[in-house]
Design a protein around this ligand. Sequence first.
Ligand SMILES: [Mn+2]
Length: 498
Amino acid sequence: MARQPTLFNMTDADPREPLGEVEYMVLGCGSIGWNVIEELSGETRSILVVDKDDKRVKDLLELNYEAVTGDIRDPSLFDRLRTPKVVFVLSNEKDANLAAVQAIKARYPETEVIARALDPLSQSALEAAGAEFVIYPQDVVARAAVHQIRRLHVTRLAQRLFRLLESWEGILGIVTHSNPDPDAISSAMALAAIARSATDHRLQTRILYDGNIGHQENRAFVNLLDIRMERLTPQVLAECRYLALVDSSAPGVNNAIPPGTPVQIIIDHHRHEDEAVPTAEFVDIRPTMGATASILTQYLQDLDVSVDKKVATGLLYGIRADTRDFRRNVTPQDLNNVAFLLPLGDNELLDRIMSPSLSRETLDILGQAIQNREIRSGYLFSNVGYIMNRDALPQAADYLINLEGVNTALIYGISDTGIILTARSRDVRIDLGTVLSEAFGEIGDAGGHPNMAAAVIPLSYFTMVKDKEQLLSLVIEPILKRFETIVGLDKKEGRNEL
Ligand SMILES: [Mn+2]
């Protein structure tokens, strides 16, 4: 290979001549430096190496690398070198590395510098000198070793699951937690795919749940992805030869399997409440992961099971929902899994799940809530009347809290079984969960978080009343009064309506 014009003899060069640029400069060519050069040479030949050892420089030149003998401590060294875009400072002398970083940053503030720390302490000195990135090789090696062993552990787990499934025949019931969310449902889909692949379809899978698939986004998820799910009944349970729990950690803990029922597989990312580790032939509970769907994605990857569009889209949505759009409890591993799924999923479908068209009832309730709103000192109250679908209430509250001049919104309505109130607040001074449970805890069920809460007041005495809306207007005044007293609204004067 033809060598590029080298500049190692710059003492003879015409000082007026601009020296030009070089992509990478490597200062110090011990074993780390050498490995970096080898790594870079796959990509470019625009590499300039500086080392104080004449013999090493000669060897590099023989290998067709551009190399210069020099002391990296000496700032004037850079007078005779080209301008680097990126500099690796990798000698095995602590002071030399620090001096080099300082000299480079003083001369070329734009140049990116990666420096090697010789001990944990010099790490901060190098950073203070302006190095963009400081590596402490011992740390890197330790991290890589731990990462590798974890990775191996996960691969082994996936293989163990596969081998366990391989020997099974009959029906595997895959049970989600109560009121399943996209994480639980997509995890069940993925486990079913693994089971089918392991047994060549000999093992039948059925996804079982109890409770409701509540939020309309979740219903859109199930409908658009065409997921077949069945209610878990004692009869269905009896038909299943094997049981797996996903996104839930023990029989009877937030699922409809009677406690004590033998379960063969448990895969979850929730921390188990009591100390006892749940027993099953296969248990993988990893609270470090952002979603159970993320664990299942790792299995699919490790086992090389083909992932169809719907499963990939489901898992993507599951991870996304459980990590609140990748903002909560998300780990680098979760993001790697997302990266694996992205090309396999259906983006258009994902968009349709996330912006489901509003149901007719939700739209009506939203309309009612807007029309009937009454605002007092930043508090918005709205009566939406009779409701069949209570999911519409939180959606209306979410919407109305955004109105100008509103800090807290309380939306209420009546269903066949009770009065339902949902509240939202942006006011950091009030804790809605506490306020609602103080106001309504005695007469119903109430609670929540500081900025979102709900209450249900059962209509045990009034179930016979036909006109629910009339009933609501009769009883709501004293009920709201409890809330107003606690937040101090009854003392405030002035009504203003928007
Ligand atoms: Mn989950």
